[in-house]
Ligand binder design. Structure first.
Ligand SMILES: [Fe+2]
Length: 369
């Protein structure tokens, strides 16, 4: 599985990068007709991508392109604002690391896992007043524009969850119901503005170390600048954004709920373009009190649970603790141990992190891509 593969986790020059011939390193899937006669075909393609890659791009995804553009324009305008304006929203340690972070202007300890790029991190769903009060107000209308996009992209995630449930042979709301637990799922937004590759710098530099996302499904709205890479075996492949597409990857909770049939794709970010890269990321995550484990309908004597059932809150706490210690592969801590697994094993690390990066949802500001 993707999370069990360790390769090239250190920051620093990239050793080898290859691009597949398949418009970047993951399938591109056309969702036209998802509620009609094409549903079966789309379900097979999405399911295969989740089993093989944990990553895919979607086109004709049903997310309003005008809404996407408004979110992108607002994000660009925020990052183009004067530093003193942006710093009014600076991340603080005592508010769960929500806010704006810029390593050139701020104490790196604020983010704990200091990043090499500036970004914003906020909860956008559910839109509680305590969340709204923190949303940036530059440019005017930033919050509503981003919220509108969040609602649209959450709809996409929920359509994909329906497809994946059906492909698993369980009721079409099974994954969604499992994720929402006693209340609602959550969307944390990380809007990242990566640095350009420096002039004269020969090697591409890793901006964000290889990791899997701890949540359920991540939707990445990237501009045209290449930088996100997905791991396939021992290779890192570029994801080349197709115009108007969205990139989707599964997080650890979907690997757990599918009892290992789907994989949480390992990915990283490199600085390889002369342009800065904007990435608007919706981390669609379980309710903190949802008990996440393999779906009951999947289990049998011949398919026993591979993972334990755990409140998402506990999983996320473990993820954060391990990330602080620069340990990767949280999901392995939640495996049901067989006798052969109980041998002493060495921990995988994220590397020496000579330049540390943010690793994962809500570790700091966290985030990714
Ligand atoms: Fe990520």
């Amino acid at each position: 599985m993707g999370t069990e593969v360790q390769a090239d986790m250190n920051n620093g020059p990239v050793q080898e990068t290859q691009t597949s011939g398949d418009i970047g390193g993951a399938p591109v899937i056309d969702l036209t007709g998802i509620e009609g006669p094409s549903r079966e075909r789309i379900m097979r393609e999405v399911s295969a991508a989740c089993e093989e890659w944990g990553f895919f791009q979607v086109v004709n995804h049903g997310v309003d392109l005008a809404v996407m553009k408004r979110a992108k324009d607002a994000s660009k305008e925020f990052f183009a604002s004067p530093d003193e304006e942006k710093l009014k929203f600076a991340m603080k340690k005592n508010v769960h690391f929500h806010g704006y972070f810029n390593p050139d202007l701020m104490d790196k300890d604020v983010s704990k896992f200091s990043s090499t790029y500036e970004h914003l991190y906020y909860v956008f769903y559910p839109p509680l007043q305590e969340h709204k009060d923190r949303w940036p107000t530059i440019p005017e209308g930033f919050g509503p524009a981003m919220y509108e996009y969040v609602v649209e992209s959450r709809g996409l995630v929920e359509r994909i969850l329906g497809l994946l449930s059906e492909s698993l042979g369980v009721e079409s709301h099974a994954l969604f119901n499992g994720l929402k637990g006693p209340d609602v799922t959550q969307s944390n937004m990380n809007i990242s503005f990566y640095n350009a590759k420096k002039e004269g710098e020969g090697e591409d530099q890793i901006a964000l170390l290889g990791h899997t996302d701890p949540g359920a499904v991540t939707v990445v709205y990237s501009d045209e600048v290449v930088g996100l890479q997905v791991q396939k075996g021992d290779r890192w492949l570029d994801i080349e954004p197709t115009p108007n597409s969205l990139i989707v990857n599964l997080g650890d909770q979907l690997q757990i709920m599918s009892n290992g049939r789907f994989i949480s794709g390992n990915h990283r970010v490199v600085e390889k373009s002369s342009k800065r890269r904007l990435s608007i990321i919706n981390f669609y995550s379980p309710n903190m009190d949802a008990i996440i484990g393999p779906l009951d309908g999947l289990l049998s004597e011949s398919n026993p649970p591979v993972y334990k059932s755990t409140p998402y809150r506990v999983y996320l706490d473990t993820f954060r603790q391990r990330a602080r210690a620069q340990l990767l592969d949280t999901i392995s801590s939640f495996k049901v141990l067989s006798l052969s697994d109980q041998e002493p094993s060495s921990e995988s690390t994220i590397g020496t992190a000579s330049t540390s990066s943010t690793i994962g949802e809500s570790t700091s500001s966290t985030g990714m891509r």
